[in-house]
Design a protein. Structure first.
Length: 125
């Protein structure tokens, strides 16, 4: 995991966001076991208690399940993961629009710029 954290926000919240991203991206597939707390904490450069707090929150949200003595697993509920993916996408879109409108670019121009950018990316592939 990335070790850079925003000092303005609680680290455990940022860890939750990172694990959610790994789930929706498929890096942690549905039904698969995730690495142990200590391994995740070491990779992130955080205290295991902080990582435990983040994972406990993900368990409460239903994204992770615990099997005693075995470990934590990503939910097999693909509808829940799809819903989370859509929510995260909406969050990123809203942030993008706030930032682009702060530059004085309206939504229509932002769509055109984005469409042009995507077209150029496809040409490079």
């Amino acid at each position: 995991m990335d070790n850079a954290f925003d000092a303005q926000r609680p680290i455990y919240i940022q860890l939750i966001e990172r694990v959610k991203t790994r789930i929706v991206s498929g890096e942690y597939p549905p039904g698969e076991q995730i690495p142990p707390v200590r391994e995740l904490a070491d990779a992130s450069g955080v205290n295991p208690n902080t990582m435990q707090k983040a994972l406990a929150e993900l368990e409460r949200d239903g994204l992770l399940t615990v099997q005693r003595t075995v470990g934590r697993f990503v939910t097999g509920d693909e509808d829940l993961i799809a819903k989370l993916k859509a929510e995260l996408a909406q969050t990123h879109i809203a942030r993008f629009l706030r930032e682009i409108t702060a530059l004085g670019i309206d939504a229509g121009d932002a769509i055109r710029l984005l469409t042009d950018y995507i077209g150029r990316q496809k040409e490079e592939i």
